[in-house]
Design a protein around this ligand. Structure first.
Ligand SMILES: [Zn+2]
Length: 212
């Protein structure tokens, strides 16, 4: 994943369509000062079609929004707006800070396991993966890590469609992205060999429909 991001960052180009949506949004909320760039990139098969890097500090949002050329080609203007607003939601709600906190907690737990069982960090990481897998198997629930990440996705969706004032661009975007498989996860945590689903297209669409 990290190497994907590096490759995409080196290839990504500033995109007028994306940048216009970003600028219009910040103008509209009366907060024209921002450092958020809209970039497009030529995707490889396993790349995430849209994501962002950024945060907000002293009310100034800073970051980049990346959208793949493939996705740019299939979305209508309103659907693209939904995608960009979703990413702006992640940036302005500082989800990256929350995710770093989750990451920090995780490395702290790994250190603790390594200490307790006097094993290497690598081994401790594998124990944590197994622990997570057992937890999911037995409880049939998401672990706190996937739970937290799912909440961020639902929050970003909510942020976007509330601003748009309608739900259909959000739902049609998610349906397009699902390519007919709405039970598939939109985001996954990869822990070693185990993929842990964070949230599915269906769960996100349901959450949007439920909310009034
Ligand atoms: Zn998201």
């Amino acid at each position: 994943m990290a190497s994907n991001v590096e490759r995409i960052m080196s290839l990504a180009k500033s995109d007028v369509r994306l940048q216009t949506i970003v600028n219009n949004y910040f103008l509209r909320i009366g907060h024209p000062q921002h450092f958020v760039g809209g970039l497009s990139f030529k995707e490889n098969k396993d790349d995430s079609p849209a994501f962002c890097l950024g945060f907000q500090t002293f009310s100034i949002p800073i970051g980049f929004i990346f959208v793949s050329e493939g996705l740019l080609g299939v979305l209508t203007q309103e659907e693209l707006e939904f995608v960009v607003l979703h990413e702006i939601g992640h940036i302005t709600k500082n989800h990256v800070v929350g995710s770093s906190f989750v990451w920090l907690m995780k490395s702290w737990i790994i250190d603790m396991i390594a200490d307790m069982f006097e094993v290497s960090k690598q081994k401790a990481k594998q124990y944590l993966e197994l622990l997570k897998a057992f937890y999911v198997l037995i409880s049939q629930k998401k672990t706190p890590e996937e739970e937290a990440k799912a909440r961020y996705e639902l929050e970003a969706d909510n942020f976007a469609y509330v601003l748009q004032g309608r739900k259909d661009p959000a739902i049609s975007t998610l349906l397009k992205l699902s390519q007919g498989n709405i039970r598939a996860p939109t985001h996954v945590t990869f822990d070693g060999s185990f993929p842990f689903p964070i949230v599915t297209y269906e769960e996100r669409i349901e959450a949007i429909r439920r909310d009034c």
